[in-house]
Design a protein around this ligand. Structure first.
Ligand SMILES: Nc1ncnc2c1ncn2[C@@H]1O[C@H](COP(=O)(O)OP(=O)(O)OP(=O)(O)O)[C@@H](O)[C@H]1O
Ligand SMILES: [Mg+2]
Length: 238
């Protein structure tokens, strides 16, 4: 049996005296869409960032393609095929859409840049209309699309997304999730952190529920959508 693309084995993370991740174990297989859901402060962003060694795990192991990457530099991780669209989008505000996309090629170089920019414009037609616009003047939804497209410019094997729906109108959230579904269907492996459990679970093959730094539940997207605890805590009880 081949090893998972990404695996956490009993990973701990501390911020000073505070333990933000408590013996977290999870895995993501090649081609899967997996989500991590949980309330504010559960440790979701900490978990994603720990893949890049920032913060560094204080215990346990993070394996990528079977290799221990615990404590490797962010540069090492990015140049080996993991890309992230960070929480709060964080595009380069003074740069145009195209310039932001070019920044995404840093881990792999500019060899495929023209071709990949065209691919991003097909995936997100709105970005094509706005190609010369400065990122800071775009709407929240457009900036989110740009943050995802920029991550894809490094041709990642694993795409990490931290709350792509945060603060966006329902119609824009729908568009973004439709595009993520398209991406998943092309075989992209996606690890998605979301508070929007409804959308995330519908998209995902599997999911993990995190409560105060620990994995509380895991199952298929469909199983967790039907789980009473999940419904009460994250789906408004409906
Ligand atoms: N740089 C930091 N220094 C100290 N504590 C931190 C730091 N970053 C996060 N924490 C703490 O770690 C815990 C987990 O935070 P984290 O941002 O990972 O949660 P989250 O699940 O992403 O929350 P949200 O849904 O609000 O984004 C919180 O208690 C938070 O206060
Ligand atoms: Mg977060």
């Amino acid at each position: 049996m081949s090893s998972p693309l990404l695996e956490f084995k009993n990973v701990d993370v501390h911020y000073g005296p505070i333990q933000a991740l408590k013996s977290v174990s999870l895995h993501i297989d090649q081609g899967e869409t997996v989500s991590l859901i949980g309330a504010n402060g559960a440790g979701k962003s900490t978990l994603l960032m720990s893949i890049f060694g920032q913060p560094r795990a204080s215990g346990g192991q993070i394996l990528y393609q079977g290799t221990d990457i615990t404590g490797k530099s962010a540069h090492y991780v990015a140049s080996n095929g993991i890309a992230q669209s960070p929480e709060g989008r964080r595009v380069f505000p003074d740069m145009s859409v195209e310039e932001n996309l070019l920044m995404g090629t840093i881990p792999i170089g500019m060899g495929h840049a023209d071709e990949d920019i065209q691919r991003m414009f097909e995936l997100f037609p709105r970005l094509k209309e706005r190609r010369n616009q400065r990122a800071m003047t775009m709407s929240g939804g457009e900036q989110q699309m740009l943050a995802i497209a920029r991550a894809l410019m490094s041709r990642p094997k694993l795409l990490l997304l931290d709350e792509p729906s945060l603060g966006l109108a329902p119609i824009v959230v729908k568009q973004i999730f439709a595009t993520l579904r398209e991406l998943a269907q092309t075989g992209m492996t996606i690890f998605l952190v979301e508070q929007n459990a409804n959308h995330a679970l519908k998209l995902s093959d599997r999911a993990y529920v995190m409560v105060t730094g620990e994995i509380r539940l895991t199952g298929t997207g469909a199983e967790l959508l039907g789980n009473e605890e999940v419904r009460n805590a994250y789906l408004g009880g409906h």
